[in-house]
Design a protein around this ligand. Sequence first.
Ligand code: IMP
Ligand code: MG
Length: 180
Amino acid sequence: MLEKDILKVLVSREEIKEIAVKLGNQLTEDYKDTEPLVIGLLNGCVPFIGVLLGEIDLYLDIAFMDVSSYHGGTQTTGEVKILMDLQIPVTDRDIIIVEDIVDSGRTLKLVTELLYFRGAKSVKVVTLLDKPLGREVEFVPEYVGVTIPKEFVVGFGLDYEDKYRNLPYVGVLKPEVYNK
Ligand code: IMP
Ligand code: MG
């Protein structure tokens, strides 16, 4: 059903698994003396945080936030809203934010600044995908799975009008899907 809308696969299921293992090992090493707080940004983080957490061999806590810079469609509106906030304090915590993609950089810049403002000790970002050519504000994620061109992608958490998040790989939609 979903597959017929996909023009090409950009990051396969197998590649995503390898990325999770590599980043998970790196995080296990980098945070070995701490108990980090892993914050997933909903809804896009869900599939990736699922595979990533299993590769991090540490005592850690998990929390979620829903921050949105998109209102459907394929273009960012430049506006960032907190739709669901954290339920726990972040004071003196070492925070690892998990995101599906960094595009304009606005979402992660805002969330990082907010967490520091609330007293976080450190804030770093793990993202499955990075689209550096989409940047509108300066932002460099510390841990990147794959760097991709400035192309709109769906799957493995990424949506087009709230659909395709459950596709088990990252792909590019056929142009006719946008023109429906
Ligand atoms: P930023 O604030 O522009 O960096 O936006 C990041 C958010 O935009 C991500 O969490 C996604 O929800 C969304 N986004 C950016 N690029 C894409 C894409 O290619 N496909 C689907 N969602 C995207
Ligand atoms: Mg998102």
